[in-house]
Design a protein. Structure first.
Length: 498
């Protein structure tokens, strides 16, 4: 086993979570790896974080990204949290294979966590090895960076490093470490951890910390903790609406995988739909379809109700009054989600003036898509051209098993477009800005991972990252990356990879 080297100054850390009481985490360094090698460094993100990409790419920098060097001013720790996993409460989870190294303030003045994932066992590992296999690391790198390019709030990937070691799952696999960046790694499950222990002081300290770090405007509210709950609910409602608008399925929406900061976090068996259907499930561990595409808003509200429960002692001194406050906040989720979702659907259809029947128009299209196995991403992308005139309908029609189902809907849509007026070319431009041509299609992600894991070939990984960095632009040279999978390429299940 490799040993830690002397500390090195690569990050200008300004840590705050480490100032909380020791019961919030376990302090320990990452476990060094045998032979770290840099696979990918996100140079643009590094610059945004105020880092020197060239320095990070040196052997010393790579040793830091692998966990072999502990950075100067770093205060490595594994965070404690609990969580509902598929509806069952587990009172202690925590970072079982991740180490928070510290926090930096980026060029925009935003505080960001720097975390190593796959960095070895912690007191929360539950007999696990604390390591990560290369495949899941590459998946998270691809999907999180694609989400960022799509405009979806998300954790980011700064670097991927192979460890030179083997991790054992069902089979021996090459090991790797991901450097993850987040606004914070505080989860609904973090609040649950302390609430389940009756540690009211810790819940209050955590809430005050989250308000100070993420939602300082809540300080001036009549009830800051209600304002905190309202804001987290609003952020999550908008986030899940954005997921649905691009066909994203998280796969494991446990409460420990829901970020208080309103970012998408923990990319395990996540996937993007090809053909549209609200019951779509990819995760191999979601046998009951709890976290199916169309269930995500309901599950988000359920998770947020669990957060509200942890805050009852802070919302009001009287129990009945506290429950009333919490219920009012939770009840507002549905309207906030529907508002964000309906607005997004209007934009996808080129409707920029709200009309009462717009949502039914959009839902009618989605129902016809589901009944006709239409590709979600391509249907909306091709509608951008169809909005200019019916001569472009052929591209959309061929996506439907019964093209007449599209024709009936298109006639209604065009009447609505005519009522709104405006320049067709402007509408097309605006629609193309919200309807991507490229998403991380599951067969392409698997293709890139397979080449890297089985053959040590990262060229497909690099090409896919490049294409996904500009998802709203036509890229004729990479047209195949926009195509849906052939029957033999369809991915039916994705795996957590832990």
């Amino acid at each position: 086993m490799a040993e830690h080297s002397e500390a090195v100054a690569l990050f200008e850390f300004h840590n705050s979570y480490a100032r909380l009481p020791d019961r919030f985490f376990a302090r320990l360094p990452p476990t060094p790896v045998a032979a770290p090698r840099l696979v990918r460094l996100n140079e643009r993100l590094a610059v945004q974080l105020g880092l020197d990409p060239e320095e990070l790419a040196t052997p010393e920098g790579v040793a830091f990204l692998a966990g072999n060097l502990v950075p100067e001013k770093g205060e490595p720790l594994a965070m404690a949290y609990a969580g509902h996993q598929f509806g069952t409460f587990v009172p202690q989870l925590g970072d079982g294979r991740a180490i928070l190294l510290g926090e930096v303030v980026d060029r925009d003045g935003v505080r960001r966590d720097i975390q190593l994932k796959g960095s070895g066992p912690t007191p929360f590992s539950r007999r696990g090895d604390g390591r990560a296999a290369l495949g899941p690391v590459l998946r998270e790198y691809i999907v999180s960076e694609a989400m960022a390019a799509l405009g979806i709030p998300t954790t980011r990937s700064l670097a991927a490093v192979t460890s030179g070691e083997t991790v054992w799952r069902e089979t021996p696999l090459p090991g790797a470490v991901l450097t993850r960046v987040a606004s914070s790694h505080i989860r609904v499950g973090t609040f649950q951890y302390f609430a389940a222990r009756g540690d009211v002081d810790a819940v209050r300290r955590l809430a005050d910390y989250v308000i100070a770090r993420h939602y300082p405007e809540a300080v001036a509210a009549a009830n800051p903790y209600r304002a905190l709950l309202d804001t987290v609910i609003s952020r999550q409602a908008e986030l899940v609406a954005k997921w649905l608008l691009i066909g994203f399925i998280h796969g494991v929406m446990n409460t420990d995988n829901m970020s208080i900061a309103g970012e998408t976090i923990d990319y395990g068996p996540c996937a993007f739909m090809d053909t549209y259907h609200p019951a779509t499930v990819f995760s191999s561990i979601d046998s009951g379809g709890r976290y199916a595409y169309g269930n995500q808003p309901t599950i988000a509200q359920w998770n947020l109700a669990r957060l509200a429960e942890t805050l009852l002692t802070l919302l009001a001194e009287d129990q009945d009054a506290a429950v009333k406050e919490a219920q009012e906040a939770i009840d507002a989720f549905a309207a906030r989600f529907e508002t964000a979702y309906a607005a997004g659907l209007r934009r996808k259809l080129g409707l920029f003036q709200s009309r009462p029947d717009d949502l039914s128009l959009a839902q009618d299209l989605l129902e016809r898509m589901a009944a006709n196995a239409a590709d979600f991403t391509l249907t909306f992308r091709f509608l951008c051209d169809a909005a200019v005139g019916p001569e472009a309908d052929a591209s959309v029609r061929r996506l439907f098993t019964d093209p007449g189902a599209y024709d009936d809907w298109a006639a209604r849509w065009r009447r609505r477009l005519a009522e709104e007026g405006g320049e067709a070319s402007d509408r097309r431009k605006m629609m193309r800005a919200v309807n991507p041509a490229f998403i991380p299609r599951n067969h392409l992600v698997e293709e890139a991972i397979s080449a890297a894991v089985n053959n040590g070939d990262f060229s497909s990984f690099e090409t896919l990252l490049a294409v996904l960095s500009t998802p709203y632009e036509d890229q004729p040279a990479f047209a195949r990356f926009a195509d849906p999978p052939r029957p033999d390429q369809i991915v039916h299940q994705t795996f957590c990879g832990t």
